[in-house]
Design a protein around this ligand. Structure first.
Ligand code: NAD
Length: 442
């Protein structure tokens, strides 16, 4: 099929590249000229394992192209995917300006029948708005070209995006049109070689809702476990043991019940807010979602509070090594990362921070911690420990799981670890003489 993917960010680039990998002819479009220029030169704007090689392979095969002008990419195109950002608006709702701008451009320039696919995460009712926007533009042009708007939310997770896209748990397609559903089925068939049972076709509104509910459910599990961790700590229980105790119950399971420094990233915070807003617009007070968010806001500061509990709230003259800046391992994405909040809090109290992250230092330096004073960056995790009073582990990258504790002990001024991701075995660290703080255990 001939596909146009509008928006070449995390979702658009992965989507376009994976469809190209299956033999489709794909053009990825973005208004960011520098990004497109870089992609044409083989420079990938994000870190995502395996993506660079797949992009290069498909560019070389002639199945993947990059362009800045949507209007040039619509003629004889079978499907146009909208994969632009839907950031949080000022009132917490999803800001649809980028999605509707793309819809407008499609209406202004389409010349042949088209399936328009909403892949961005958008509130219930957005497909209707996209349809109306395109229709309005066609009417202005006195054109009557057939088109259908489909909801096809994306569930990939950064850090394992290719795996998720190539072997999806499910693909949700919202359309009421049988022929369109069949075309979507054909597009996704190569990703389901054993069975198409995981291709779920439903009405558009339910498809739009499914994406928000999936993210809200996962955020709820995280906040629930963080709440449990904070109670464990106060009553002298160990959340690490409680986690195993409940996860072994097949009704509960082990996934997404790790306590930590709260959820971040580009999706959970904004999607929980947007779902709350949708409920509010319908006159419904989503109490559980309010609590999920409140717990998370508080959780981001738990590790900073432990540092303050240890040293007091005047951190002048203290230096902390920070291991991990990205909101989770496997990505350079720092949007809403707990590290931002923790580092700002500590430096605000006078501390210096020496930070190391395998992939996200550029993001921190260029955007997220750009104007935060007293933060420096190191090339290795051990270098960050030099002359530091303690180490804070904030992202659970694999390379932090089994460090050389003796080297750490020799390098740190004092052997103190504040672990925001419960990565280490406290018995072993006790034996080695570390003072070890973690989440959910006194
Ligand atoms: P992103 O910010 O990484 O990328 C969006 C891209 O769209 C940018 O490159 C921007 O320049 C481009 N863009 C904006 N307006 C445009 C226009 N008019 N024409 C062409 N390009 C335009 O965003 P993302 O993380 O890929 O997210 C995209 C959508 O997918 C969001 O709705 C998000 O919630 C959803 N989503 C994201 C993830 C994720 O893990 N990042 C997962 C699932 C769903």
């Amino acid at each position: 099929m001939r596909l146009t993917i509008v928006g070449t960010g995390y979702v658009g680039l992965v989507t376009g590249t994976c469809f190209a990998e299956m033999g489709n002819n794909v053009t990825c479009v973005d208004i960011d000229e520098k990004k497109i220029e870089n992609l044409k030169n083989g420079i990938i704007p994000i870190y995502e394992p395996g993506l660079e090689a797949m992009v290069k392979r498909n560019v070389a095969n002639g199945t993947l192209h990059f362009h800045t002008q949507l209007k040039d990419c619509l003629e004889n195109c079978d499907m146009a995917f909208i994969a632009v950002g839907t950031p949080m608006g000022e009132d917490g709702s999803a800001d649809l300006q980028y999605v509707l701008q793309v819809a407008k451009e499609i209406g202004q320039h389409m010349t042949t029948p088209l399936i328009v696919v909403d892949k961005s995460t958008v509130p219930v009712g957005t497909a209707d708005k996209v349809r109306a926007t395109i229709q309005k533009e066609l009417k202005k042009r006195n054109e009557d070209i057939t088109f259908h708007v489909v909801s096809n939310p994306e569930f990939l997770k950064e850090g394992d995006a290719l795996g998720d896209f190539m072997k999806p748990d499910r693909v949700v397609v919202g359309t009421e049109d049988k022929e369109t559903a069949e075309k979507m089925r054909r597009l996704y068939a190569p990703f389901f070689r054993s069975s198409m049972d995981r291709m779920l076709v439903m009405d558009v509104r339910s498809a739009e809702m499914t994406k928000y509910v999936a993210n809200a459910m996962l955020a709820t599990k995280i906040s629930f476990m963080n709440e449990v961790a904070n109670i464990c700590e106060r009553v002298g229980a160990d959340v690490n043991k409680v986690r195993i105790g409940i996860g072994s119950d097949s009704r509960i399971g082990y996934s997404f019940i790790y306590p930590g420094s709260g959820y971040g990233g580009s999706c959970f915070p904004k999607d929980v807010k947007a779902l709350k807003k949708t409920a509010e617009q319908e006159g419904y007070d989503a109490q559980l979602l309010n609590a999920v968010e409140d717990v998370n806001d508080r959780q981001k500061f738990v590790i900073a509070d432990k540092v303050i509990g240890h040293y007091g709230d005047d951190l002048e003259g203290k230096t902390f090594a920070v291991w991990g800046l990205s909101f989770k391992p496997g990505t350079d994405d720092m949007r809403e990362a707990p590290s931002i909040y923790i580092i700002k809090k500590l430096t605000g109290l006078g501390a210096k921070v020496q930070a190391y992250d395998p992939k996200a230092i550029h993001e921190a330096q260029s955007f997220y911690l750009k104007n935060v004073p007293n933060v420096t960056y190191t090339k290795t995790k051990y270098e960050a420990l030099q002359n530091a009073d303690a180490m804070l582990l904030l992202t659970e990258w694999k390379e932090f799981r089994s460090p050389d504790f003796m080297e750490m002990k020799d390098t740190l001024m004092e052997p103190i670890i504040f672990d925001g991701r419960n990565q280490f075995d406290h018995t072993r660290l006790d034996e080695l003489g570390f003072t070890y703080y973690q989440i959910g255990k006194k």
